[in-house]
Design a protein around this ligand. Structure first.
Ligand SMILES: C[S@@+](CC[C@H](N)C(=O)[O-])C[C@H]1O[C@@H](n2cnc3c(N)ncnc32)[C@H](O)[C@@H]1O
Ligand code: SF4
Ligand code: SF4
Length: 309
C-alpha cells in the first residue's frame, strides 16, 4: 500500500526578519541548531513537479521555520506551483514585507489562502512578543490586501490570522477576535508552546491514538531533506532527500514505516519525539456557535478557530 500525503510543507527558506519570543528557530532560546538557508531552484522545482504529478488535491504550504517572503524567487515558486491545478497553495507570514505589490500579485495569481501571524491588538506588546515587528505596518499591509481582494471581487486568497496566546497578550484575545472577525475568513488563537518542552497542551484525551500526521503530512526542509513531521523542527529524523529519490518512495520508505508501525502498535513512547508530543490529538475537533456574538467556534487541541456565522 502506497500512502500519499494531503498536505506538504515546503520550507522555501528558514531565514527570518523577526525574532519572536516563542519561535523554536529564531527565538531567544535558539532551540533549533540545524543550518539556516534558502531552497535552491533544483529542489523546489523537483519537489513541486513531483507533488503535482500525484493527481490528487494537495495543500501545499510554502512556509516552514522561516519567513517565506524572504525567498528572492517566491513569486516564481508560487507561479510554478499554481500551474498544477490540483494543488491548493498558501502560507503563513509575519506580514512585515507584504506590501501593495505583493498583495496585487497574490490576488492576481489566485493564491488559495494566506495567514498573517499577529499577536494581539496593541503595538507596544506586539513588539515585545514579536521582536523587530511593527504592528502598524502589518495591519496596513493586511488592510491593503483585503481592499485589493474586495476590489477584484474575488474570494481568494482566503485570509486567516493566527495569534499566539503569550502571557503578555492573553487578555487581548477577545479584542483581537472582535477587531477582525468581520474582515477576515477565520481567526486562530493558538496555545503558546514553550520550546523546547513545546509539544504539550491542556485537554488531551488519555486514550492515545496513532498520529494522523504520519499518514497526512510531508515536510520538506529548505535543504531538500524530508523531516518526520512539522514537530521535527530540527530535522532530527530525516527520511531522505528530494533530489535523491521520488518523494513518495521516501515517504513510504523504511524510516517512516517504522514509526507508523510503532504508532499502530501503540508504542508511542518508543519514539523520543512522539513520547512528549500532543499533536496526535489535533484532529479531534469540537464545533459550537456563539449566536450572541455571531461566531462559529472550532476547538482543537492546539488552538481555537473563530469564523463569522
Ligand atoms: C514558525 S512561523 C513561520 C511563518 C512566519 N514566519 C510567521 O511567523 O507566520 C509559524 C507560526 O508559529 C507561530 N509560533 C511561533 N512560536 C510559537 C510558539 N512558541 N507557540 C505557538 N506558536 C508559535 C508563529 O506565530 C506563526 O504563526
Ligand atoms: S516571524 Fe515566524 S519564523 Fe520569524 S521569528 Fe516569528 S514565528 Fe519565527
Ligand atoms: S506524535 Fe508528534 S512527533 Fe510524533 S509524528 Fe505526531 S506530530 Fe510528529
Amino acid at each position: 500500500m502506497i500512502y500519499l500525503p494531503s498536505q506538504v510543507i515546503l520550507e522555501v527558506t528558514s531565514a527570518c526578519n523577526l525574532c519572536c519570543k516563542g519561535c523554536a528557530i529564531h527565538g531567544p532560546q535558539h532551540y533549533v541548531t540545524r543550518p539556516m538557508g534558502t531552497m535552491e531552484e533544483k529542489v523546489w522545482r523537483t519537489a513541486i513537479a513531483d507533488i503535482g504529478s500525484w493527481g490528487r488535491e494537495v495543500n501545499l504550504t510554502t512556509h516552514g521555520g522561516g519567513e517565506p517572503l524572504l525567498h528572492p524567487r517566491l513569486k516564481e515558486i508560487l507561479t510554478f506551483a499554481k500551474s498544477f491545478p490540483r494543488l491548493e497553495i498558501g502560507f503563513l507570514t509575519n506580514g512585515m514585507l507584504l506590501d501593495q505589490d505583493w498583495s496585487e500579485f497574490l490576488v492576481s495569481l489566485g493564491l488559495d489562502w494566506i495567514s498573517f501571524s499577529i499577536d494581539g491588538v496593541f503595538p507596544e506588546t506586539h513588539r515585545i512578543v514579536r521582536k523587530r515587528s511593527d504592528l502598524n505596518v502589518i495591519e496596513d499591509n493586511l488592510s491593503t490586501l483585503l481592499d485589493i481582494k474586495q476590489n477584484a471581487g474575488t474570494q481568494k486568497p482566503r485570509v486567516m490570522l493566527n495569534m499566539v496566546a503569550y502571557d503578555e497578550v492573553l487578555d487581548q484575545r477577545e479584542l483581537f477576535v472582535e477587531r477582525w472577525i468581520n474582515k477576515v475568513d477565520s481567526i486562530m488563537i493558538s496555545h503558546y508552546r514553550n520550546p523546547p518542552d513545546s509539544k504539550r497542551w491542556p485537554l488531551i484525551p488519555a486514550d492515545r491514538k496513532p498520529c494522523f500526521l504520519l499518514w497526512s503530512q510531508m515536510v520538506i526542509a529548505w535543504d531538500g531533506r524530508l523531516g518526520l513531521c512539522c514537530e521535527d523542527f530540527n530535522i532530527d529524523f530525516p527520511l531522505g532527500r528530494v533530489t535523491e529519490s521520488p518523494l513518495l518512495e521516501i515517504w513510504n520508505g523504511q524510516e517512516i514505516s517504522r514509526v507508523r508501525n510503532m504508532h499502530e502498535r501503540g508504542e508511542f513512547d518508543s519514539h523520543s519525539m512522539c513520547r512528549v508530543c500532543d499533536t496526535w490529538a489535533d484532529n479531534i475537533v469540537h464545533e459550537s456557535k456563539n449566536e450572541a456574538r455571531g461566531y462559529r467556534i472550532i476547538q482543537k487541541a492546539s488552538q481555537t478557530v473563530y469564523s463569522a456565522l
